[in-house]
Design a protein around this ligand. Structure first.
Ligand code: NAD
Ligand code: GLY
Length: 355
């Protein structure tokens, strides 16, 4: 079983990647946490598919458990549901020696993680990510949060899990939309620091989802190793971790201008990576041929590459409001070539001419 470690001193933790792991959550929980009670937090899409199996594995490992099933979707990542979780944790008599299991995609991981970070001033939690996006990105690195009406992820913390248990077979039940959503982030890792992953994706993409699933263990290992390495070097997102935002400046601006009701996040990131690379290559900042290679892969994966009809001024204004921009300075990620990138400090006007 491939195991990747996030090296964070006394907060280091393992990420296990293994088909069928969903049925062995109990063994791993006992190994990592010892004897305790588990509060399983999941959503109403994931629960019918996997909750009983996780509960059975906890029973087999002799661990007590309570479960709560929340509505699926981004609106669940809110203060009201966080408060609801505190009620559930109190009613379940969860103490500081107990723990939470986050079973689901990034919404459940972020929300349950924030509950773990704050309940009783912090209890342990295990991430069991079930979407591609959650497996390659959100379950690793300790960013936990809820949204406010004013914006996404505005209340949160850096709070690392005790372990991440990643079962690639859970991806078989994902809808094509959410599969493609996660692929945007997968391509991103290939672009920013892993030319070998990029080449593997190029080889598999013509065979569609089935061909990618045939190599999913390898794909997950590459992505998760990349994320673990970045997080170990820059847990609090002050330098290297920003490279994970490649494609996100344009992507977030598109999502904002579409009021989060247009492209999905992964699609917006794919589009952002494509537009950004065409822009930087045309300005001599990126090796010739990089944009064409990226676009060929995105096209084979049926990801969007053209900007929707949004006025450029609106996109640029949205970038200026991105919470990751410090004052007028905007730090954007530029590819040197496929597999390497750098942080470039500029301002939103850098993007003039992208439309
Ligand atoms: P999600 O959690 O809403 O899951 C997507 C959909 O798939 C949901 O309807 C869910 O019920 C369903 N689902 C989950 N697993 C399934 C499975 N195995 N089979 C069938 N259906 C399944 O969305 P997501 O894309 O996983 O995560 C998005 C969230 O992640 C956003 O809130 C975003 O802000 C956050 N995020 C966090 C980080 C981080 O570092 N913490 C990074 C990236 C994104
Ligand atoms: N998803 C970006 C990060 O974890 O920093």
């Amino acid at each position: 079983m491939p195991t990747i470690r996030v090296s964070l001193g006394d907060r280091a933790y393992p990420i296990h990647i293994e088909s069928g792991l969903i049925d062995r959550v109990g063994d791993h929980a006992r190994q990592v946490l010892g004897d305790c009670t588990l509060a399983i937090i999941t959503d109403d899409h994931v629960a019918p598919l996997y909750l009983a199996r996780v509960e059975a594995s906890l029973d087999a490992a002799g661990l007590r458990h309570h479960s709560i099933v929340l509505p699926h979707g981004e609106p669940t990542k809110c203060l009201a549901q966080l408060s609801h979780l505190y009620d559930f944790l109190c009613e379940s008599h969860i103490t500081r020696k107990d723990a939470i299991i986050a079973l689901g995609g990034g919404v459940i991981g972020d929300l349950a993680g924030l509950a773990a970070a704050t309940f009783l001033r912090g209890i342990r939690f295990i991430q069991v990510p079930t979407t591609l996006l959650a497996q390659v990105d959100s379950s690793v690195g300790g960013k936990v949060a809820v949204d406010l009406p004013q914006g996404k992820n505005l209340v949160g913390a850096f709070y690392q899990p005790a372990a991440v248990l990643c079962d690639p077979l859970t991806l078989n039940t994902l809808t094509d939309d959410y599969w493609r959503d996660g692929l945007g982030e997968v391509v991103k890792y290939g672009c920013i620091n892993d030319a070998e992953l990029f080449a593997l994706l190029e080889a598999c993409a013509p065979g569609g989802r089935a061909a990618l699933m045939d190599r999913i263990d390898t794909i997950l290992q590459h992505c998760i190793q990349a994320k673990a390495d970045v997080v170990a070097q820059d847990e609090h997102d002050t330098g290297l971790r920003m490279t994970l935002n490649f494609g996100h400046t344009i992507g977030h601006a598109v999502e904002t201008c579409q009021h989060y009701d247009g492209l999905r996040h992964g699609e917006a990131v794919a589009l952002g990576m494509s537009v950004m690379t065409r822009l930087t290559e045309a300005r001599g900042m990126t090796a010739p041929g990089t944009a064409q290679r990226l676009d060929a892969l995105l096209s084979a994966l049926e990801m969007p590459m053209a900007l929707p009809a949004i006025p450029e001024d609106d996109l640029i204004a949205a970038m200026g409001m991105d919470k990751k921009s410090a004052g007028k300075a905007l730090r954007v990620i530029v590819l040197d070539e496929i597999g390497t990138c750098r942080i470039h400090t500029t301002e939103a006007t850098f993007f003039r001419g992208m439309c």
